[in-house]
Design a protein around this ligand. Sequence first.
Ligand code: PLP
Length: 429
Amino acid sequence: MSLVDRSALMHSYAEPPVTFVRGEGSVLYDSTDRPYLDFLSGLAVTSLGHAHPVVADAIADQARTLSHVSNLFGNPVGAEVAVTLDRLIGGGTTRAGGQVFFANSGAEANECALKLARRWAGPGRFGVVSTWGAFHGRTLATLAATGQEEKQQPFLPLPDGFDHVPYDDLDAMDAACDPTRIAAVLVEPIMGEAGVVVPSSDYLVGLRQLCSERNILLMVDEVQTGLGRTGRWFGFQHLGVEPDVVTMAKALGNGMPAGACWARAEVAAAFVPGDHGSTFGGQPLAMSAVRATLWVMEAEGVPERARIAGARLRAGLEKLPGVVSVRGEGLLLAAVLANDFAVPAAREALEGGLVINAPRPDVLRFAPSLLVSDAQIDRAVGILGRILARFAAVFGPAGSAPAGSDGHPATAVPVERGGAGGAGGADDG
Ligand code: PLP
């Protein structure tokens, strides 16, 4: 029960089940100082854990030096970070040869990509194909790209020019990509909010080939998957594909709001001064947090850590009762349950001191800090195992109705529309 007076907040989020007041590494504390293992990281944001000292010091130092300067003037921090990101997109050692626009969120990074595609393709060719189930943001254009009709419905009409096809379906993409109309394809390398859906290994390769043949941009939304989370710096790097545009946000500032849209130089050149901008995008305070985050990420080798820790978490989850499969890469994982008890299970996990969420009624998602320890992984698996054993006993095998015979609160709790639904809710942004 929250003790905070929320009466002056818009009701765009469901009532939170707990209010956190501080965090340290992979542990969050509520107002009674009760610790919770954070296996969600603010939805893949605090990849270095909470209150990382290097990031905290960088923010404090920059705040005392120069907290903001307009993009009318130069600032050295943003330029340095852009070079680092270009190198990480190139795999870590050599620069990819692209350029970056800084924004403040994932939606804004994608908004930049969508505008850039229109500018690059020229008048009349402004279509974008994305996939059903995808999540690209909440602004009107990124909502139009988001492949979820229930999120779009209350806000119709949305901007024109957005088509959707099933994910991981190259034939459908092939049919949708009319080069006289379509400027870009926008895809997540793994669909996060859809429940950590991993496509076939030839999907991105096929998309690259299709886009190259038809002179259509391949734009990869790495807002959730980027910056080490999947065991590589970026999700597309698992498949050796070179996209034209890459967007990122979440983990970029380890909690300091920041987003970025990278494009290869020839595409980036479509923007001329005055085409796009942001008061805060790329400003020194945010950029110093990003610079420190990237320093620590490189020093700690977080992609490799995510790969190793992800294998441990996956192995632990696979053994739990009621788990039929585990999908994902690195430390972006989902446990697919035998039945629709993910929402109440996530709520019980929270009560048991473990923060996770349920992006789908039968899916639990895990996105811990990339610096999470083995002991913390084992503890999280232990907490969840005790909870899932009870749910699996009540719900029975896949497809059967909940037994609900022991008075246990196992009846499916609906995921509130448009709300975070506490720890159990579905929505990412
Ligand atoms: N793209 C993806 C893949 C996301 O997961 C999200 C948020 O969850 C967004 C875009 C939107 O990011 P933001 O909420 O920062 O606008």
